[in-house]
Structure formats: structure tokens, C-alpha cells
Ligand binder design. Structure first.
Ligand code: CP
Ligand code: NVA
Length: 312
């Protein structure tokens, strides 16, 4: 029996395949209930801090709506409204917030900061994105894949673009854990860190899948899902020109979708999208693009994470 009470959600590395499956099933259940107009009381009397050092539409709204749906209260704390790692150390802020709040969401730059919040606050901490990982996004992506294909294990998943960003890292880890074959197609300059590739390959070996890193766009052949993300992540805006030059050949366009040689392939993107860069307008708007189902699933999966780790 899976029990995640009191746990933080910092990266999928910390969760077994069974625990990830449990969160996906719980999200599907909460989603079905919400569609019938049924919401819960699991977070009644719970106070949630939502720290955002970087902007957000989906993640912020997911935590807020999910918290409201379950009867909790949330407080939004932006970068300029809180002492975190500036005037006050992260360790001290963590110990203060832990005295006030029952759970803390953190979106920011340093992954070390979210780890310190979890270590010193004494309450569940949920990673809403750091420079290195974006684990709640993967739950939404996998729920969308499961809804569409009915299963995860054995699917062929291709990520094209900046192979060293938070999305590529978290997708590799998630695919490895869940037995999804993962191919990262990126120019060599933007390949993921060897350490994360090796860790993901270890999970994939246990689950019976493969992790492939290549700069060859033809490797998209056989993909059930083609995924991309912005070429310049938040905080890297000064790299825009360099990234466009490097990544132009890695744009997801209709030729790339045809090169899957499958007429059942879908397109996903964590959003926000820069159309004309990583994806063309026609692919984004195509029937096989499930990006808005995926965006909606952020809310149901984030609700599952809060209910599982903090809910009554
Ligand atoms: N996908 C995602 O995290 O979106 P936001 O940046 O809008 O939260
Ligand atoms: N890699 C992107 C993801 C946005 C959801 C970023 O960090 O900006």
C-alpha cells in the first residue's frame, strides 16, 4: 500500500514506479470527480505557501485551484515580497515558514534551495520548477499519455530541443522510472549531463526501457510522442541568439511529425510555447497536439501530489 504522507516532492528520483503510478491514478480519480462536480476537503484547515521566484501561469494556478478545491488556503509569495537567500538565509526562512504553513511550493532558480526548504521547514515541500528539474510537469505529461494511449510502458518518447534543461532532465528520469523509451534529440552542445543520463539509464534498465541521446533528427522515427520546450529557459534570456542558431534544425514542424512514420504520434509541450521557434503554428494547432489537455492535467496531478503528501 503506497503511503506518501509527509513526503516532499523534489524530483522523481525520490519516487518508485509504484508511487508515481499511484499519483497518476489518484490524479485521474480526482479529475473524474471534479468533472462530476465533486471536490474534496482533504486540505481543510491546511495553509499552503506558494513561493515564486520565476513567473508562472499553469503551475501557480494549478496549486491555487487545487488547494481551493480541497478546502485549503494558499498564500502567494513572489521574489520581491519575501526574504529568501538575500537578507535572510534559506535555512532560516525555511524554519520560519515551517512554523506557519503545512506545505510549501517553491519555484525558483537553485535546486539546492528547494532541497534546503524541504530539509529545514519540517513540512512537505513541492518543487514547482528549478533550473534543474520540473517534476510536477512530468506527472501531467504522463497522465496525458496514459489517457491517450492507455498505458506508458513501452511507449516511444522523443524530446527535441534543449537537451540539458529542466524538462529534458525530468523527462529522462520519469521515462526511465516508468519504462518509457526516451530519445533526446539535441545538438551536442546541449546534451544532458552524463550523470543524469546514467541515473536515468539505471532506472530504465530496471523498467525495461532505453534512454538514447543523439543529434540526429531522423531518430524521431517510431515516436509515439514528440515533445519540445522553449529554447531559452527562464533565467537564460541572454542566450537567446546563440540558442536560436544552435536549435533551428531541431524545430518540431510537420516534416518532423511525418518523420515519425506513424500516423498515431501525438505532440506535447509543457508550455508556454514560442511558436516559430521550437514548434510551428501548424503542429501546435494540429489535432494530434494535446497541449491543452496536458496543461489542464497540471492541476489534477498537482492536486494529487498535495492530497497524497498532506491531505487527510
Ligand atoms: N508548464 C509550466 O510550468 O507552465 P508555467 O510556467 O506557466 O507554470
Ligand atoms: N524549461 C522551461 C520550462 C517552463 C515550464 C523553463 O525553465 O523556463
Amino acid at each position: 500500500m503506497v503511503n506518501l504522507k509527509g513526503r516532499s516532492f523534489l524530483t522523481l528520483k525520490d519516487f518508485t514506479p509504484e508511487e508515481i503510478e499511484y499519483l497518476l491514478d489518484l490524479a485521474a480519480d480526482l479529475k473524474a470527480k471534479k468533472k462530476q462536480g465533486i471536490t474534496g476537503n482533504s486540505l481543510k484547515g491546511k495553509n499552503i505557501a506558494m513561493i515564486f521566484e520565476k513567473p508562472s501561469t499553469r503551475t501557480r494556478c494549478s496549486f491555487a485551484v487545487a488547494c481551493n478545491d480541497e478546502g485549503g488556503f494558499h498564500e502567494y509569495l513572489s521574489r520581491n515580497e519575501i526574504q529568501l537567500g538575500g537578507k535572510e538565509s534559506v535555512k532560516d526562512t525555511a524554519r520560519v515558514l515551517g512554523r506557519f504553513f503545512d506545505g510549501i511550493e517553491f519555484r525558483g532558480f537553485s535546486h539546492e534551495h528547494v532541497e534546503m526548504l524541504a530539509k529545514y521547514s519540517g513540512v512537505p515541500v513541492w518543487n514547482g520548477l528549478t533550473d534543474d528539474y520540473h517534476p510536477t510537469q512530468i506527472l501531467a505529461d504522463f497522465l496525458t499519455l496514459k489517457e491517450h494511449f492507455g498505458y506508458l510502458k513501452g511507449l516511444n518518447f522523443v524530446f527535441m530541443g534543449d537537451g540539458r534543461n529542466n524538462m529534458a532532465n525530468s523527462l529522462m528520469i520519469g521515462c526511465g522510472k516508468m519504462g518509457v523509451n526516451c530519445t533526446i534529440i539535441a545538438p551536442k552542445e546541449l546534451w544532458p549531463k552524463e550523470e543524469i543520463v546514467q541515473v536515468s539509464r539505471g532506472y530504465a534498465k530496471d523498467a525495461g526501457s532505453t534512454i538514447t541521446i543523439t543529434d540526429d533528427v531522423a531518430a524521431v522515427e517510431g515516436a509515439d510522442c514528440v515533445y519540445t520546450d522553449v529554447w531559452c529557459s527562464m533565467g537564460e534570456e541572454d542566450k537567446a541568439a546563440e540558442r536560436v542558431a544552435l536549435l533551428r534544425p531541431y524545430q518540431v514542424n510537420s516534416d518532423v511529425m511525418k518523420a515519425t512514420k506513424k500516423d498515431t504520434s501525438i505532440f506535447l509541450h509543457c508550455l508556454p510555447a514560442v511558436k516559430g521557434n521550437e514548434v510551428t503554428e501548424d503542429v501546435f494547432e494540429a489535432d494530434y497536439s494535446l497541449v491543452f489537455d496536458e496543461a489542464e492535467n497540471r492541476m489534477h496531478t498537482i492536486k494529487a501530489v498535495m492530497v497524497a503528501t498532506l491531505g487527510e
